[in-house]
Design a protein around this ligand. Structure first.
Ligand SMILES: *Cc1c(COP(=O)(O)O)cnc(C)c1O
Length: 388
């Protein structure tokens, strides 16, 4: 029987083996493991690609978020952390790290419900919240979930109107665009992840902060190395949160393949979308071909109605098809945020419904058409049996 994994890193490595091996060999030769030459090469390549003034390599996407927020507290407030009275708006349907970074910056997260069609934060609900609570809110952390852009026009418009910073969580969306503009280049900063399962993934942890703001870039550069320009006499409460030279070298090499790989993801998504149309009880991601969104499908996520999600997942598992639920628990219901989010956080019914219905299918860039069709056939088989 076929076996369709969510991710096949061995196959990806084989695909680019000579390139990767030679880049690793170069690192072995120069032995500059900390702030080696590949760090600056990667930062320059990615800032040119994104069209931003600065990219700073970080030890993970999580740290890229924390560093952005800490740098903003230092720049805007002249203090190391925000206060509990400072509210930062984000989505409840995201990885823990997004909300956790807000707590680690000293601020209070406010979770605003998602748009059930895009799964991203609903800008109209953000506006509604701001119209009543604006003075307490200092910023927004929109997450481009599954590789799909948030409504950046609305978000940036509110940011201007209410004088808010915007930290884009681009962990799942390297290469994604909003109206032709690269994600991670519109907000005050962008936070990227190079975790192996992301669209641009390394061989371990890594991340990056992007920004046009010289002062923020400078502060992030201090914070990643203990908090100062001079590490023996530091200015701020810092971290050891640099990107490794070896990871930078690998990511720089894989960056050559990103358009190819994102294109493959989009082709697989198109195949799914054609194959899974018009099934009662199943909804597919809304088409983006005519819209403002260049979706890069870190996940292809379907919605299974009538409480059948887990049964479909079991059915696919029996067919050797891996699937995942992103995410089973929305942040406003997670243990860590109890009593730490905004008191009387607005209701998040759409997110609560989504976590019971979403299912992400394999979009491994190198999976072939036959594999994708096999997934389609197995899903169709499930629904025809379920309704017969
Ligand atoms: C992966 C991810 C992160 C964290 O990135 P790491 O590199 O794993 O620390 C943050 N936000 C979102 C939405 C993610 O998917």
């Amino acid at each position: 029987m076929k076996k369709i994994p969510m991710l096949d890193l061995k196959r990806e490595y084989e695909y680019m083996k000579d390139d990767i091996d030679s880049t690793i060999r170069q690192c072995l030769d120069h032995q500059q493991w900390i702030f080696g030459p590949e760090i600056k090469q990667l930062e320059d390549a990615l800032s040119a690609h994104l069209g931003v003034a600065h990219c700073v390599g970080t030890s993970s996407g999580t740290e890229a978020l924390v560093l952005s927020l800490r740098a903003l507290a230092i720049k805007l407030r002249g203090q190391e952390y925000f206060d509990m009275n400072d509210e930062i708006i984000t989505t409840p349907l995201t990885f823990t790290a997004t909300g956790d970074a807000i707590l680690r910056s000293g601020a209070t997260p406010v979770f605003i419900d998602i748009d059930p069609v895009t799964y991203n934060i609903d800008p109209f609900k953000v506006r509604e919240y701001l119209s009543q609570n604006a003075p307490r809110v200092i910023g927004i952390v929109p997450v481009h979930l599954y590789g799909r852009a948030c409504h950046m026009d609305e978000i940036m418009d509110m940011a201007r109107q209410y004088n808010l910073f915007v930290v884009e969580d681009v962990a799942q969306a390297f290469g994604g665009k909003w109206k032709g503009r690269n994600l991670g280049s519109m907000g005050t900063t962008g936070a990227f992840s190079f975790f192996p399962s992301k669209n641009l993934g390394g061989f371990g942890d890594g991340g990056m902060t992007s920004t046009d703001d010289d002062e923020i870039a400078e502060i992030v550069r201090m914070l990643i190395k203990h908090g100062g320009r001079d590490k023996y006499n530091v200015d701020h409460i810092g971290y050891n949160a640099r990107l490794d030279t070896l990871q930078a070298a690998i990511i720089l090499t894989k960056f050559k393949y990103i358009d190819d790989f994102n294109g493959r993801r989009r082709n697989i998504a198109e195949h799914y979308t054609k194959g899974l149309e018009n099934i009662a009880g199943l909804s597919i991601p809304v088409s983006t071909s005519l819209s403002s969104v260049h979706h890069v499908y870190n996940q292809y996520t379907i919605r299974v109605l009538d409480g059948k999600r887990n049964a479909l997942q079991d059915h696919l598992k029996a067919k050797n098809i891996s699937t995942m639920v992103y995410y089973p628990v929305p942040l406003h219901q997670m243990k860590i945020f109890q009593g730490k989010d905004r008191k009387g956080n607005p209701p998040c019914m759409n997110a609560e419904k989504a976590v019971r219905e979403v299912l992400s299918l394999p979009v491994e860039p190198l999976q072939d058409e036959e594999d994708t069709q096999y997934v389609v056939d197995c899903i169709r088989e499930y629904f025809s049996n379920a309704h017969s």
